[in-house]
Design a protein. Structure first.
Length: 71
């Protein structure tokens, strides 16, 4: 599903970037080579980043590394 229509950023893009970017939605967009335009997506993008980071934080360390490599 597209989260940011202006930049064509999908939920899967954000979830993958959450593993390598530690910042907020705007910082994560920057790692994707984008920047927010209208800003309507930032709250939802932030929620997705928080969810993904919490999920990965609860994995055991070996699995966490596998998740990073898989992406």
């Amino acid at each position: 599903m597209y989260i940011c229509i202006c930049n064509a950023i999908r939920e899967t893009d954000l979830r993958a970037a959450a593993l390598t970017s530690g910042g907020d939605a705007e910082a994560t967009y920057a790692t994707l080579g984008k920047r927010p335009n209208c800003g309507q997506c930032l709250a939802k993008a932030g929620e997705i980043l928080e969810q993904e980071r919490a999920l990965v934080a609860n994995l055991d360390p070996a699995r966490r590394e596998c998740e990073k490599v898989a992406l």
